[in-house]
Design a protein around this ligand. Structure first.
Ligand code: ATP
Ligand code: MG
Length: 396
C-alpha cells in the first residue's frame, strides 16, 4: 500500500476526545476513526489488524471443531421473549419486533434444534465473528468498550456434563493460544455468570492499566482471581496476591440447560429417553483485542505491533530515491506486506510516522544507503540500524 494514496493517514494532533492511549494512538496513526460514542470506522490499517486477529481466531476455532456460521445482527424480538432477555437495558431495538443482537444464544439455540435429534448428533460447536450491539452506558476507552463492536462467539452442544467439561477445557487451551499468538499474556480468572448463567464461568484477562477490571494476581504462579472474591492468598502457593487492572479479552460460560429449557432443545439418548442438551458459550472481544494490544504494545513514539497482528511487515521509506524504492516496493510486495511511504515530505516526518504506525521493520532507501550498498533496516523496537543488500531484506 502506498501511503500517499491510503485512506489511513497520520495526524499531527491528538483527537480532543481521545480518552485513552489506544484511542489516541489508533486514531492519530490512521487505524480507526471515531464516528460516535463507542462507534468506530476501521480504516485500511485498522481493518488489516482486525483481519489478522480474526484469522488467528478462526484457525484455533476450526482446530477445536468449530463450524463457522454468520447469524444476523437484526434478530426477532420473540426469541428474546422466550428467555426473558427481551428487556435488558443494553439492547438496541430498532423496531418493536426486532433486537440488534448483543449475544446470540437466542438465535443459535433454535438453529441447533433443527439439527439435533439424537445423541448421535452431539457434540457439535458453531461460531461466528460478527458485529454486536450493546447500548453501553459507559462507552469509553476507545475500542475497549464499544456500543458496536466485533466479537467471536462460539457455542457448543453436549449430551452430558462430562462432555461439556472436556470441551470447555479444550476451548480454554485454544483461547490461551489465540491471545499468545496476538502477543498477549493472558490470565484465567474464575468469575460469575452474569446475564448468561448461574454456573461457572471464566474470564481471560490481560494486565494493563487501561483495563476496566480489578484482579488479584499471583505473579509467581501466573494465576488470578476476580477482586470481588474474598481471597487474599494464592490458592496454589500461598503467596500474597497483588491487585492489578485487567482487560477482559475473553469470557467462557457453562450454560447448563438454561437455553435448552427456554427453546425445548432436547435429544433422544442411547436408552431412548428425551434429555435436555447442555450448552457452553465462549466469547472473544475481537475489537477489544485491538485496543488491548495497543495498550500493551506502545512506547512514547507510537504503536509497536507484534508481527502476528501487524498491518504490514515492512514500512518502506524513500528519501528522494523514488525510482529505486518503487522497484524494491514491487519486489517486496510480491512476497510480503509492505507499506510504502512515498509521500513528498521531510525525512523527520517520515521517521516519526513510521514510529507512530508501529510496523515491525523499517526499510530506508536513500542516496546514502545506496552508496553504502543497499538499504538501511531498523526494527521498531530497537535503535540498531544496519545496511544490507536489498535481496537480504526478506531474510530479516
Ligand atoms: P464486560 O464484562 O467487559 O462488560 P461481558 O462480560 O459483558 O464484558 P461477554 O458478553 O462475555 O462480555 O462478551 C464476550 C467478550 O466480548 C468479552 O470478554 C469482551 O472481550 C468483549 N466485549 C464485551 N462487551 C464489549 C464492548 N462493549 N466493547 C468491546 N468488547 C466487548
Ligand atoms: Mg464480564
Amino acid at each position: 500500500m502506498k501511503l500517499s494514496q491510503s485512506l489511513s493517514q497520520t495526524s499531527k494532533t491528538v483527537a480532543h476526545d481521545a480518552d485513552s492511549v489506544n484511542a489516541k494512538l489508533l486514531t492519530q496513526a490512521g487505524f480507526v476513526k471515531k464516528e460516535a460514542a463507542g462507534v468506530y470506522s476501521y480504516l485500511p490499517f485498522g481493518r488489516r489488524v482486525l483481519a489478522k486477529i480474526e484469522e488467528t481466531i478462526r484457525e484455533e476455532m476450526n482446530a477445536i471443531g468449530g463450524q463457522e456460521v454468520l447469524m444476523p445482527a437484526l434478530t426477532p424480538l420473540e426469541n428474546w421473549k422466550k428467555t426473558g432477555r427481551d428487556d435488558v437495558p443494553i439492547a438496541f431495538k430498532p423496531t418493536n419486533k426486532t433486537v440488534l443482537g448483543w449475544s446470540h444464544e437466542e438465535i443459535i439455540t433454535p438453529l441447533a434444534k433443527q439439527r439435533i435429534k439424537s445423541y448421535r448428533d452431539l457434540p457439535f460447536a458453531a461460531y461466528q465473528i460478527q458485529t454486536k450491539f450493546r447500548n453501553e452506558p459507559r462507552a469509553k476507552s476507545g475500542l475497549m468498550r464499544g456500543r458496536e463492536f466485533l466479537m467471536k462467539d462460539l457455542y457448543s452442544f453436549h449430551a452430558n456434563q462430562a462432555d461439556l467439561a472436556k470441551y470447555y477445557d479444550e476451548v480454554k487451551a485454544a483461547y490461551f493460544r489465540v491471545f499468545e499468538k496476538c502477543g498477549l499474556e493472558s490470565f484465567l480468572v474464575k468469575a460469575g455468570g452474569g446475564e448468561f448463567t448461574e454456573n461457572v464461568s471464566h474470564e481471560f484477562q490481560v494486565l494493563t492499566e487501561a483495563g476496566e477490571d480489578k484482579i488479584l494476581v499471583c505473579e509467581k504462579c501466573k494465576l488470578a482471581w476476580n477482586a470481588e472474591l474474598e481471597i487474599a492468598k494464592c490458592e496454589k502457593c500461598g503467596d500474597d496476591l497483588v491487585e492489578k487492572k485487567g482487560s477482559e479479552v475473553g469470557n467462557i460460560f457453562d450454560l447448563g440447560a438454561k437455553y435448552s429449557d427456554a427453546f425445548d432443545l432436547s435429544f433422544t439418548s442411547a436408552e431412548g429417553k428425551s434429555e435436555k442438551v447442555l450448552m457452553g458459550c465462549y466469547g472473544i472481544g475481537v475489537s477489544r483485542l485491538v485496543a488491548t494490544i495497543a495498550e500493551v504494545w506502545h512506547d512514547e513514539a507510537g504503536l509497536l505491533w507484534p508481527e502476528s497482528v501487524a498491518p504490514f511487515q515492512i514500512h518502506l521509506i524513500s528519501l528522494g530515491e523514488d525510482e529505486e524504492a518503487e522497484k524494491i516496493y514491487r519486489e517486496l510486495s510480491a512476497k510480503t506486506e509492505v507499506l510504502f511511504d512515498d509521500r513528498d515530505c521531510r525525512a523527520g516526518e517520515k521517521f516519526a510516522d513510521a514510529d507512530l504506525i508501529g510496523i515491525p521493520l523499517r526499510v530506508l532507501v536513500s542516496k546514502k544507503t545506496l552508496e553504502k550498498g543497499g538499504v538501511e533496516i531498523k526494527k521498531r523496537n530497537s535503535e540498531k540500524v544496519e545496511i544490507i543488500s536489498t535481496d537480504k531484506i526478506l531474510q530479516k
